[in-house]
Design a protein around this ligand. Sequence first.
Ligand SMILES: CC(C)(COP(=O)(O)OP(=O)(O)OC[C@H]1O[C@@H](n2cnc3c(N)ncnc32)[C@H](O)[C@@H]1OP(=O)(O)O)[C@@H](O)C(=O)NCCC(=O)NCCS
Length: 201
Amino acid sequence: MIRQMRKEDIHYVVKLYMDYMFDSFFAKLDEKFLSIMFDGLLCSKYEISYVFEKDGEIAGFITASTNTKKLFNEILKKRMQALLGVILAGLFRNPHFLCQLVESFFYSKKTLVNDTHAELLFITIEPRYRKRKLSKELIKTVLDQLHKMSVFKVKVTTQRKNYVVNKLLEGLQFKQVRSFSFYGKVNLVYEVALADDRKYI
Ligand SMILES: CC(C)(COP(=O)(O)OP(=O)(O)OC[C@H]1O[C@@H](n2cnc3c(N)ncnc32)[C@H](O)[C@@H]1OP(=O)(O)O)[C@@H](O)C(=O)NCCC(=O)NCCS
């Protein structure tokens, strides 16, 4: 069953994030950082998140935003105190994080595409449930909601080396619009137009 993400899902969502998106900078900051971030996300009007629930277990999730810059500025502002503690602890564990932390603040600028602010942010499916078109279903659910909110263009970034995600996006008619370097890796920005006749899926 696909349903909207709730606060009680955060624990499972963080676990999925840590297990299957472990090379992301946010995961390196640790579970506590992710818990605060998802808690902040779920309180924001810029956030759209769904989970795939099976037998009472969260086996996948997607998070998107109508405006990523505003979303993260809001989380930073509202959760500053809690975030500062975990970020400082992360920097203490690994001082190299400082460069990545500084680079994070340039994410919005690097991924700027015309006037497209809506963005797919994170998606993960538990390996047992992969290749059943669940990620397609989650993305479709988010795109449908954005369309209902009169959002007509959506972007997403992924690492060039993430073959599966690149295939997934191309299959959903996302078009590559630019590439940029982030955390020392080549990333691609894709965009899709949400047509009135919903032919985007
Ligand atoms: C990427 C991910 C979410 C795909 O989930 P999924 O539910 O297995 O994907 P789907 O079954 O909906 O497949 C959709 C499309 O993705 C592509 N795809 C999925 N798995 C693939 C694989 N192993 N090899 C090549 N292409 C693949 C195909 O184009 C597929 O469409 P098709 O079935 O019509 O050929 C999943 O592999 C995952 O969780 N990966 C780890 C986390 C991650 O990298 N997240 C993205 C960064 S935010």
